[in-house]
Design a protein around this ligand. Structure first.
Ligand code: RAM
Length: 911
């Protein structure tokens, strides 16, 4: 067995962890079928040399007989602050044979056990009597500290954060590649710090550390609530720890001895864009030798009462670049670029030459008006624009610092020379969640839909899961996040991203114990209660608050991560207990604000929907108690779930299986949330299918129903109806926007229609992921990859593809915490070929539809047949590659007519 992919807390060699017992994971590769890990041994040492020799001065786990190869909890000597820890592992395979040692990996620690910081919070005093609260778009201060490194450097680490957003420079070079650090949290409660290894930036002699300090979410504009949500001006906190070759330590910390300057960035605001005056740039300020005598001394913040924690989520980074697909000169004399993709981030402008005092403006928007101008009315109060005032010179590269935009089209004004296509580069910015899943089908429209769903995630996973990236909102709406969480975790590694978001959700809980609508709160609760226009006064919202239960459970299922359950379980219980107290007869009052938000042509009763979610949250809380070994509480919550289920049936379900409201959503949630059984469930499913058919195979669901619609149809035997919905192009449908050129998922089914044009610009985002929650069904049914509840994280899983919709193939992969799973199927006439690859140390039940042809199948001997019937054959298979070939009944496959494009050869393989 070969060991690779060592990870500590999901990351490769992470820095600055503050968990006292990090979790270690590794991947295994084996040339043998059905190979497993039967034991492991982990060594952890304080120095690489010790580890190499095999001297584990911190932890030698000894041989541990287990198949656990993910989330192994460090069990050695207590960790200390600001140290590096090196580890390696070896394993024994299924036959008891030992592997070699893995290569080594490491992590470093930040501030442990509440160790205090020596640094002070520094910012910029406003001149004279200026009142900070009046300054909503202040300049971005430059901060600077010159110092001397007292000897040759062995190692140097920076620990830093801001109440605001910051960018660091050391001796003229940018430190790290993070943007908008420290990210968004409820700063009243906590702020995350970042750790950077800067050994390569320093050597003995004069040195300068510099910082740009933006308002960020702390003091800049957030949501529809204006600026100064947490404070009036930003502050930086920084410690540079230098370990010299002779073993002595030198610390440079932010304090009153630093220097500060208003700088050339006139403002840089998340929602308002940036203005920069190149003529004010102090040449050479990031390097030694610059005379900062004219700079001011900084303001020092007296105290910060929140918690300082190491960053949990992957930092925001530039994750890709896009070049425009076209450029044209407009009648206005400006240049209009089409990026070919609705994206989130900003524009990097590359100019060959610039004139003194030239003003260049870069504006951007998601869509164009009919006259070809930027459609900006849907931005509300947000401004997606950079203004650059330039000086004589060139070439130069311009990009903003502490803002981001959602856009496809870019308009550049003020150029003196004709630009080229490559004058503009789209910088794609999001939290560093990396792709884990991919899926391709024989239908290009579905591939485009999948691409749009992925771009929706890229655009909206930016420090928190936002509803949209362009207008003055960009909030962490909990309902949106929970409905998309399953799709999100098929597509990308979101475990740490969601873990951090759950801390935001818990921080934003209401005094009642209710989970919030929005996290971090930033003012939403106060805003909604004060607003007479919105008339939204519900103290909790079904499908939104339930995110506090559903997201941790999803992360547990998809990653086998028990810690997120441990962290959230007390709050989950509080939520369910709160709901129980406020639900007479266990029926929710139906006062919630949003219901099946933005449904189309259907009105789902809120009492039905909210009670279904109440039952669902209760069931998941019971399951969580079970996972955590709390049997009594498991029984208690399971009992409550059963009582809610009975109340739901008595109140809303008639004997013929009709559910109050009779919308697609009421049926979908009742089926998927396990509120009906047996005959009643079957009848309800038939009503659901009939409803869809009555709507001409079109959906009516909003944000909450949409995620359950196709799963409910598939689970209840209405596969054809599910495919009919998926492949529908007529309005409203997923493919309607695809057909009309969408490159992301729209907020509304009718965000734009042929007949009505643009919807009300007051709420019309073209990059909202919620309606893209169908991605989960595409991975779980179309491709057929499903986690197994009893063996989370894909330790054991099911492969159960459901061909349909006229598709002739689907193929995809998923990088689980145990390794990469690959699935591909193709349908040639009635011949179905399924190829799967199962990682070492995992096992899957493979459901092969139709009648298996053993002679055509390969490696089938290694899989054990466990069931077979009219529906197909089920094999249990461990690691390795397998091919199964079966013959489908004509009814199970839409066999393309001979000689059609989908079946050009008209041949059958192996026939
Ligand atoms: C809007 C957004 C968001 C949704 C709320 C209820 O502001 O569209 O996605 O969750 O309303």
């Amino acid at each position: 067995m070969r060991i690779f992919g060592l990870r500590t807390e999901y990351a490769e060699n992470p820095l600055g962890l503050d968990t006292p017992a990090p979790r270690l994971s590794w991947l295994l590769e084996s040339g043998r079928h059905n190979d497993v890990q039967s034991a492991y041994q982990v060594l952890v040492a304080s120095r690489p040399g010790l580890l190499r020799e095999g001297t584990a001065d911190l932890w030698d786990s000894g041989r541990v007989d287990t198949d656990q190869s993910a989330h192994v909890i460090y069990g050695g000597r207590p960790l200390e602050s600001k140290q590096h820890y090196y580890w390696k592992v070896r394993v024994w395979d299924g036959e008891g044979e030992a592997s070699g040692w893995s290569s080594s990996a490491y992590w470093s620690t930040g501030f442990l056990n509440g160790e205090p910081w020596q640094a002070g919070w520094i910012g910029r005093k406003l001149p004279g009597t200026e009142d900070a609260s009046a300054h909503t778009l202040p300049p971005v201060p430059y901060l600077r500290k010159a110092f001397r490194v007292q000897g040759p450097v062995r190692r140097a680490m920076v620990y830093a954060t801001a109440l605001g957003a910051y960018e660091l420079h050391l001796n003229g070079e940018r430190v790290g590649s993070d943007y908008l650090a420290p990210g968004w949290t409820d700063y009243h409660t906590r702020v995350q710090y970042q750790t950077y290894d800067v050994t390569g930036h320093l050597s003995e002699g004069e040195a300068v550390i510099g910082a740009l300090l933006g308002t960020g979410w702390y003091a800049g504009h957030v949501g529809m609530f204006g600026a100064h949500r947490y404070g009036n001006t930003p502050y930086l906190l920084l410690e540079l720890h230098i370990e010299l070759a002779d073993g002595t330590r030198q610390i440079v910390a932010s304090d009153g001895t630093w220097k500060v300057f208003a700088g050339p960035i006139l403002y840089s605001d998340l929602l308002k864009g940036e203005a920069y005056d190149a003529r004010l740039e102090p040449e050479g300020w990031k390097r030694p030798g610059y005379d900062d005598g004219g700079w001011d001394t900084p303001a020092v913040l007296e105290c910060y009462t929140g918690i300082l924690t190491a960053q949990v989520d992957p930092p925001v980074r530039v994750m890709g670049e896009l070049l425009p697909v076209s450029m044209k000169k407009t009648e206005r004399g400006t240049y209009l670029y089409d990026m070919g993709q609705n994206m989130v981030g900003w524009v990097r402008l590359q100019l060959e030459e610039t004139r003194e005092g030239q003003e260049v403006i870069v504006g951007c928007a998601e869509m164009l008006n009919e006259d070809g101008s930027l459609y900006t009315t849907n931005l509300r109060e947000a401004v997606q624009e950079e203004r650059y005032l330039l000086r004589e010179g060139g070439p130069c590269v311009l990009e903003p610092h502490f803002t981001f935009h959602g856009f496809r089209y870019v308009e550049v004004t003020g150029l003196t020379a004709a630009p080229t296509l490559h004058t503009v580069v789209g910088r794609v910015v999001h939290s560093g969640v990396t792709d884990t899943g991919s899926l391709e089908t024989s239908d290009p429209r579905l591939n485009k839909l999948l691409s749009n769903i992925r771009w929706g995630q890229r655009g909206n996973f930016l420090s928190v899961p936002t509803d949209c990236p362009q207008r003055d909102e960009r909030l962490g709406w909990t309902g949106d996040a929970q409905i998309f969480a399953r799709t999100a975790s098929y597509q990308m590694d979101v475990a740490r991203f969601f873990h951090k978001y759950m801390l935001d959700v818990i921080d934003a809980r209401l005094p009642s114990g209710a989970f919030p609508d929005v996290a971090p709160d930033a003012g939403w609760e106060a805003f909604k209660h004060a607003s007479e226009v919105l008339n939204w006064h519900a103290p909790d919202n079904g499908g939104w608050g339930d995110a506090g239960v559903i997201i941790p459970w999803t992360v547990y299922q998809m990653y086998g991560d028990q810690r997120i359950l441990e962290a959230c379980y007390p709050a989950m219980k509080t939520w369910v207990d709160y709901l129980e107290r406020h639900s007479p007869g266990l029926i929710r009052p139906g006062y919630s604000n949003y219901g099946d938000w933005l449904s189309i042509g259907a009105d789902t009763p809120k009492d039905v929907l909210d009670t279904a979610y109440f039952a669902y949250s209760t069931a998941l809380t019971a399951k969580t108690a079970g996972v955590l070994g709390l049997e009594d509480e498991q029984t208690q919550y399971y009992g409550l779930f059963q009582r809610i289920r009975e109340a739901f049936r008595a109140a809303f379900v008639s004997e013929d299986g009709r559910i109050k409201g009779e919308t697609q959503t009421v049926y979908a949630v009742a089926i998927q949330m396990n509120l009906l059984e047996g005959e009643l469930r079957r009848k309800a499913a038939d009503h659901l299918a009939a409803n869809v058919q009555a709507h001409g195979s079109r959906l009516t669901t909003g944000f909450l129903g949409v995620g359950y619609l196709l799963p409910a149809l598939s689970e209840s035997g209405h596969e054809d109806t599910a495919y009919a919905l998926l492949t529908q192009e007529a309005f409203p449908s997923w493919l309607y926007s695809v057909k009309h050129g969408a490159t992301t998922i729209w907020e509304r089914w009718d965000a734009w229609t042929e007949t009505g044009g643009f919807q009300n610009p007051g709420m019309n985002s073209f990059n909202h992921y919620s309606l893209g929650s169908v991605g989960e069904w595409m991975y779980a049914n179309l491709l057929g990859l499903r986690p197994r509840e009893s063996h989370p994280g894909f330790k054991q899983f099911d492969i159960r593809p459901r061909p349909g919709g006229g598709l002739t193939y689907a193929k995809g992969e998923f990088k689980s915490v145990y390794g990469t799973i690959r699935i591909g199927w193709k349908l040639e006439r009635s011949l179905f070929t399924l190829q799967v690859e199962i990682p070492a140390n995992t096992a899957a039940d493979v459901y092969v539809p139709g009648f298996v042809l053993p002679d055509e199948s390969a490696e089938g001997d290694f899989a054990r047949l466990i069931a077979s019937g009219a529906e197909g054959t089920v094999y249990r298979a461990g690691s390795g590659s397998y091919t199964f070939v079966s013959r489908l009944r004509a009814a199970d496959c839409e066999i393309p007519a001979e000689g059609t494009a989908a079946d050009p050869a008209g041949e059958e393989i192996g026939a």
